[in-house]
Ligand binder design. Structure first.
Ligand code: HEM
Length: 432
């Protein structure tokens, strides 16, 4: 057989990258990325079985991921799915919606549509506006820590704190009443957590890809119906929340089409909680393992923003996004052809020793810390200021109310290629 004109990954390494279980074995995964960055920083992953998925380039170096993120004219989010998907899933989506993606939202649009949609809520998510909801967020943080203290001295931090808290915040800004939160949580997990049996709660991990996509499509439909109702209420009685901004928004002088409006609600509802949960739980684990950093921040709270930022890098909850080349180009010494599909692996990029000294260490004083966990360029995370604010407020509350804590068992990570992180964090603590 003729040798391919480009570097490819062995089937074994390729499986490591696309198998959700690898992401639960963090150190082994980081070893693989270290090896690839050094030997094949850009390599193609070709399926063993024809037609399973489209071949794609795996990009592991920080500089290459950064360049792709910022060059939004060359590396497009459309038309191939923005997240690694099997061909059968893409085909199902095309039949169900006429689009390669089940949901059309900010992450799917490119210019000239993307900036028009992004602009609608950009100001709402800026620190100046978020100041107005700080008190509400602090009240939610206190209520969450109340539940932790009441259940102590041993708790699963994921279940009681890092899971519910960001969900409450996102649901509050979307106007979802508390009694509907479990339903929203379940729908999100059907969309994102399906690769892990403990998280999906649906048996999805044993389903065929077609069955999974049907379940996801059902989740999308439920979200759409639910948010159509919220939008109606917010058009009749607008408030200050982001739900009202979306419901009353206009693009080119016209209200958003129903599918786009639903997509906007869905992306905010789903992007905002499992991600922040994972960084919050990761920070707590790091501090439990290194009591000295906790003692230091207890004595000097100005260290808190550094802890938050490092937690986001160190955990990198969004593990990848995909892009499609709009034209022939060159990246990391390889020729990329128009139409090629590429995976920006944020986990690999955020552990690149060329950018971060001792990348596996959790270093609250890391400076500079220009991680790419929020992406970069036109699609950079819309909710990054909110995520940082939520985490800072929760840790301020924990510093006020928790005197000490330690691991009470082995934390477990989720099986997931896309949004990942801890699914359990057993802690023993003493309240202040
Ligand atoms: C630690 C928490 C979070 C992480 C690590 C994270 C990460 C990311 C990443 C990597 C992207 C894609 C960036 C790119 O393509 O360049 C993204 C996009 C996005 N995030 Fe976040 N996110 C977090 C929290 C949030 C929150 C709290 C919200 C809102 C409530 C949010 C809403 C969004 C939206 C709407 C997008 C799409 C932006 C666009 O395509 O224009 N995220 N996020």
């Amino acid at each position: 057989m003729a040798e391919a004109a480009y570097p490819t990954l062995s089937p074994e390494l390729a499986r490591t990258v696309i198998d959700p279980h690898s992401y639960a074995e963090w150190d082994g995964l980081l070893d693989t990325f270290d090896h690839l960055r050094q030997t094949k920083p850009l390599a193609k992953i070709v399926p063993d079985e024809e037609g399973l998925f489209e071949p794609f380039w795996l990009v592991t170096r920080y500089d290459d991921v950064m360049r792709m993120s910022k060059d939004n004219a060359t590396f497009l989010n459309n038309p191939r799915p923005v997240v690694f998907s099997l061909n059968s899933a893409i085909e199902f989506s095309r039949q169900a919606t006429g689009s390669n993606m089940l949901v059309d939202s900010l992450v799917v649009f490119d210019a000239p549509v993307h900036p028009k949609y992004r602009k609608l809520t950009q100001d709402w998510f800026m620190p100046r506006n978020l100041k107005q909801i700080e008190d509400e967020i602090r009240a939610l943080a206190n209520r969450t820590v109340d539940a932790m203290v009441a259940a102590g001295p041993e708790v699963d931090f994921c279940k009681l704190v890092s899971g519910p808290y960001p969900l409450h915040v996102v649901m509050q800004i979307l106007g979802v009443p508390e009694e509907d939160e479990p339903r929203m949580q379940m729908l999100t997990q059907q969309m994102f957590g399906g690769q892990d049996a403990d998280l999906s709660g649906t048996g999805m991990e044993n389903m065929t890809p077609e069955q999974v996509v049907q379940l996801v499509a059902g989740a999308v439909k439920s979200f759409e119906d639910y948010f159509a109702d919220i939008a109606r209420q917010r058009r009749e009685n607008p408030t200050d929340d982001v739900a009202s901004v979306i419901a009353n928004a206009k693009v080119d002088g016209a209200p958003l089409p129903d599918r786009d409006m639903a997509g906007y609600y869905i992306i905010v509802a789903t992007a905002g909680h499992d991600t922040t949960s994972a960084s919050t739980a990761g920070a707590m684990m790091a501090l439990a393992q290194d009591q000295e950093q906790w003692a230091r921040v207890k004595a000097d709270r100005s260290l808190l923003p550094g802890i938050v930022e490092e937690a986001i890098r160190w955990t990198t909850p969004v593990q990848h996004f995909m892009r499609t080349a709009a034209e022939d180009t060159e990246l990391g010494g390889q020729t990329i052809k128009k139409g090629d599909w590429l995976m920006m692996n944020y986990v690999a990029a955020n552990h690149d020793p060329a950018q971060f000294d001792n990348p596996r260490a959790f270093d609250a004083a890391r400076s500079p810390n220009r991680h790419v966990a929020f992406g970069a360029g036109a699609h950079q995370c819309l909710g990054l200021h909110l995520a940082r604010l939520e985490m800072r407020i929760l840790f301020e509350t924990l510093l006020d109310r928790i005197a000490s804590f330690e691991l009470a068992g082995e934390p477990q990570r989720a099986n997931s290629t896309f949004v990942g992180g801890l699914k359990t964090l057993p802690l023993r603590f003493t309240a202040s």
